[in-house]
Design a protein around this ligand. Structure first.
Ligand SMILES: CC(C)(COP(=O)(O)OP(=O)(O)OC[C@H]1O[C@@H](n2cnc3c(N)ncnc32)[C@H](O)[C@@H]1OP(=O)(O)O)[C@@H](O)C(=O)NCCC(=O)NCCS
Length: 346
């Protein structure tokens, strides 16, 4: 029994974790990733882990929990958990588990249960009614979560678009055809930037970002955030402060407002796989091919930047027909199924 974690040994890391704490945390998440994820799915980089621990996501506080490994000093952590406590008005009663992972050699010893017990205590103290997290369908995590009252509230498929070959040459779509150049209707034009949105574009960008409110959220309590110039600037700045590279393409309509956007992020410099974040077309401009155009322009932009990025991955809800159709045209292929699971706290 001596090598089992003792009850009550969950540590809470400060908001400025040391390099040693970040290394120990990163060792857990990378070992879990190698053990649990299909080969070929790139794991998180160290910059991403450090950024996630040090810089909270938009309008949120984070709580970082760790269970020390039973070997004592210098042996790192047996398991870690990160809770995101939303602070925007619409999401103040819910929360997100950004990480809950146990080192493969420390599993089935109660570490996951210990972390979950502490997560619940935090959520109760913070008066949260529910909490959600993303899980691989068919994984051990899904089994663990279902036994703790989580239910799938939104089913998603993770798709990957190959944009460059191993040697950096341009990759085509599944049929081997070149992915193509974007076309815009008369009077529309691209406005794009890397990093944080320029001050002059922020209000227009926030306007079109609110069109995301239409994306299906399934049975989840979490609601899309509402953005203004200040909050959208802070969100993009947060991503950059976490050490990532961010690319944004928008389309300005003839009246000067923004009609469409797409955002892609590289969480650690050198990552081969970029993450697609929001893509949205404002309701008045749908049906004009702008969703396809912004994504094609993004591929051109990434190639022009000469980043090491080889592929872009995106999550799409099973019932989001229009987005799936756009992605199919662009050569995205399905990789695996995930779900957003939610549990009531009380
Ligand atoms: C899910 C995870 C956190 C569980 O950690 P753990 O420390 O092994 O969990 P515990 O020892 O507290 O297990 C508690 C119970 O969960 C269930 N469980 C855990 N692993 C299981 C497995 N491989 N198969 C079936 N049930 C399992 C069992 O009911 C277990 O109780 P038991 O050991 O008495 O039978 C861990 O497997 C992990 O890190 N997975 C990858 C990351 C992930 O999916 N995170 C999301 C979790 S919600």
């Amino acid at each position: 029994m001596s090598d089992l974690p003792r009850p009550g040994v969950v540590e809470r890391l400060s908001s400025t974790p040391s390099e040693t704490e970040i290394d120990a945390w990163h060792a857990v998440v990378t070992a879990a990733h190698r053990h649990d994820m299909p080969a070929g799915v790139p794991g998180p980089g160290r910059v991403e882990t450090a950024g996630q621990l040090r810089v909270p996501a938009a309008r949120s506080r984070i709580v970082r929990l760790a269970v020390p490994a039973p070997g004592g000093d210098g042996d790192g952590y047996a398991g870690v958990a990160l809770i995101r406590l939303f602070e925007d008005d619409v999401n103040r009663r819910t929360a997100w588990i950004g990480r809950l992972a146990v080192r493969p050699d420390q599993r089935r010893r109660g570490v996951g249960s210990l972390l979950w017990h502490e997560i619940r205590a935090v959520l109760e103290r913070e008066r949260r009614d529910s909490v959600s997290l993303e899980l691989e369908i068919g994984s051990v995590g899904e089994q663990f979560a279902k036994e703790r009252g989580f239910e799938c509230g939104l089913q998603l498929v993770l798709y990957v678009q190959r944009i460059a070959d191993e040697d950096g040459g341009e990759a085509g779509d599944e049929a081997g055809d070149e992915i193509g150049a974007p076309e815009l209707p008369d009077g529309y034009r691209f406005v794009e930037w890397t990093g944080v949105v320029p001050a002059a574009n922020a209000a227009l960008f926030a306007g079109v970002r609110n069109a995301m409110a239409d994306a299906p959220m399934g049975e989840l309590d979490q609601q899309p955030m509402r953005w203004d110039a200040e909050s959208i600037t802070a969100a993009q700045r947060g991503f950059v402060e976490r050490g990532g590279h961010l690319f944004t393409v928008t389309v300005a309509a003839p009246d000067g407002t923004y009609a469409a956007l797409t955002e892609v992020g590289v969480r650690s410099p050198g990552d081969l796989r970029a993450q697609q974040y929001e893509t949205a077309v404002a309701p008045a401009h749908r049906g004009l091919g702008l969703g396809r155009a912004v994504k094609l322009r993004m591929v051109q932009l990434l190639r022009a930047q000469e980043t090491p990025v080889r592929e872009i991955c995106t999550h799409v809800a099973d019932d989001n027909g229009p987005m799936r159709a756009v992605n199919k045209l662009l050569g995205y292929r399905p990789e695996r199924s995930v779900g957003i699971f939610q549990a009531k706290v009380k």
